[in-house]
Design a protein around this ligand. Structure first.
Ligand code: AMP
Length: 214
């Protein structure tokens, strides 16, 4: 199974992805996670992405496309993959199409997670994340039990630099401007499945069961 999760920041892509990955046992590929890991270890890729990320802007297409061409050809992606945060521009979607056709592969479905902007701002400004294992918390809905100490690994629970209100608004503007056109792009290809992402955690898995159960 090959899936793309599309939606604004804070739509719950990471959470839905976790349930899908567990259900179908496919590679979970998040461009945001890959970039953050590179920023943390100070690689050349990380250094070139850092300022864009801190400002809530997109990293240039050529950087992302080169990174994903390599990632999608790693062995764990052979049994299928779930893309979170890629593609984010029409240029990236066209590059992905070209790569898949070169590899003789097809996408099964593009899931669009719908969520209003005010819900995004509320969710992201209260989001916290473990610096070490990536576990996600929320200051109101799911606080860590012991302040800023992760329940799972005892790592430090922090607010991402780009989860401040000013940067969230910039990320939303970038989404509406550059990523929302992908909804049209995939609708025209007949691959789009729309899901209300304000509700249940396993909503996407339940919908996909119908078509991809097995
Ligand atoms: P995310 O965790 O998906 O919200 O991504 C965090 C940040 O990483 C974004 O705000 C961008 O700066 C950068 N980023 C992630 N994926 C992409 C992509 N496909 N194209 C360009 N920039 C990206």
């Amino acid at each position: 199974m090959r899936i793309i999760l599309l939606g604004p920041p804070g739509a719950g892509k990471g959470t839905q992805a976790e349930s899908i990955r567990r259900r179908w046992n496919i590679a979970y590929i998040s461009t945001g996670d890959i970039l953050r890991a590179n920023v943390k270890t100070g690689t050349e890729l990380g250094r070139s992405a850092k300022d864009y990320m801190a400002a809530g802007k997109l990293v240039p297409d050529e950087v992302i496309i080169a990174m994903m061409e390599l990632r999608l050809q790693e062995p764990d992606a052979e049994s299928g993959f779930l893309l979170d945060g890629f593609p984010r521009t029409v240029g990236q979607a066209e590059a992905l199409d070209a790569l898949l056709s070169r590899l003789g592969l097809k996408l099964d479905v593009v899931v669009e997670l719908e969520v209003p902007d005010d819900v995004v701002v509320r969710r992201l400004s209260s989001r916290r994340v473990c610096r070490q294992c990536g576990e996600i918390y929320n200051t109101t809905a799911k606080p860590a039990k012991h302040g800023d100490v992760c329940d799972k690994c005892s790592g430090e629970v922090i607010q991402r630099d780009d989860d401040t209100e000013e940067v969230i608004r910039e990320r939303l503007a970038v989404f509406h401007d550059q990523t929302a056109p992908l909804i049209e792009y995939y609708r025209d290809k007949g691959a789009l499945l729309k899901v209300d992402a304000t509700g249940a955690k396993d909503a996407v898995v339940e919908l996909l069961e119908g078509s991809f159960g097995r």
